[in-house]
Design a protein around this ligand. Structure first.
Ligand code: 5GP
Length: 211
C-alpha cells in the first residue's frame, strides 16, 4: 500500500514569499506535492484567477460551506474569511501526495488540533527590515492595508515557536531545497511508519524463534 502523504501547513508573514516557494516546490517535484486552494471572501487582486490563487466566494456562500462542514479549518483574517476545503485535501493525502496548506496562525492551530501529525512550517525573511520592504514593494495594496498587515505580522511573530521548523527565505532556490529536505526527512519519522515497524518487529520475533 502506498504511504499516505503528509499534511503540511506553511505560514509566515505576508510578503515572506510563501506563494513563490510553494510554486517552485510544485514545479520541481510535481509527483510529490499537491497544493490546496483555499476559499476566501476577499476581493481578487489584479492578476489573480478564480480557482488558481483562491476560490472567491461571497460571504453568504462561504457561510453556507461552514454549515455544510466543508472545511478542514477556516479563520477570519483582516476582516475576511479564509478556509481550506476538505474534499481535495483528503483525496490527495490518500493518493500519497504531501498536501500544502498556505494558511495563517489561527488556521494552523486548528489543523494541528484536529490532526496532530500535521507538519507546521513557518516562513520568514532573514530580518524585519526585508519584510517591510517586500510588503511595500508589492504595491498591490493601499497603505492602510499594508499597515493592517504589519500589525498582524507583529501578532503572528508571537506564534512562531508553535511551528516545527523555521524556513528562512533569503535565497529562493536554497530555501526550496531546504524545505523539500525537511519534508522528505519527515517521512522517516517512527510515528509515521508504525505499520512498517510492526511488521519488522513481528518478523524479527519469528526469526528469533528459528522460523
Ligand atoms: P492573502 O489575502 O494575502 O492572500 O492572505 C492572507 C492570509 O490568509 C495569509 O496569511 C494566508 O496564509 C491566509 N490564508 C489563506 N488561505 C487560508 C485558509 O484557507 N485558511 C486560513 N486559516 N488562512 C488562510
Amino acid at each position: 500500500m502506498k504511504n499516505k502523504g503528509i499534511l503540511i501547513v506553511l505560514s509566515g508573514f505576508s510578503g515572506a514569499g510563501k506563494g513563490t516557494l510553494m510554486r517552485r516546490l510544485l514545479e520541481l517535484y510535481p509527483e510529490e506535492y499537491a497544493l490546496s486552494i483555499s476559499a476566501t471572501t476577499r476581493q481578487p487582486r489584479k492578476g489573480e484567477v478564480e480557482g488558481r490563487e483562491y476560490f472567491f466566494k461571497s460571504r453568504e456562500a462561504f457561510e453556507e460551506m461552514i454549515r455544510e462542514d466543508a472545511f478542514v479549518e477556516y479563520a477570519c483574517y483582516v476582516e475576511n474569511y479564509y478556509g481550506t476545503p476538505k474534499a481535495y485535501v483528503e483525496e490527495q493525502l490518500a493518493a500519497g501526495k504531501n498536501v500544502l496548506l498556505e494558511i495563517e496562525l489561527q488556521g494552523a492551530r486548528k489543523v494541528r488540533a484536529k490532526r496532530p501529525d500535521t507538519l507546521l512550517l513557518f516562513v520568514t525573511p532573514p530580518d524585519a527590515a526585508t519584510l517591510k520592504e517586500r510588503l511595500i514593494g508589492r504595491q498591490t495594496e493601499s497603505m492602510e492595508v499594508i499597515e493592517a498587515r504589519l500589525a498582524r505580522a507583529a501578532k503572528e511573530a508571537e506564534g512562531m515557536e508553535e511551528y516545527d521548523y523555521l524556513v528562512v527565505n533569503d535565497d529562493l532556490d536554497t530555501c526550496v531545497e531546504e524545505m523539500h529536505r525537511i519534508i522528505s526527512s519527515e517521512r522517516f519519522r517512527t510515528n509515521r511508519n508504525t505499520q512498517l515497524i510492526e511488521t519488522i518487529q513481528n518478523d524479527v520475533k519469528q526469526f528469533s524463534k528459528g522460523e
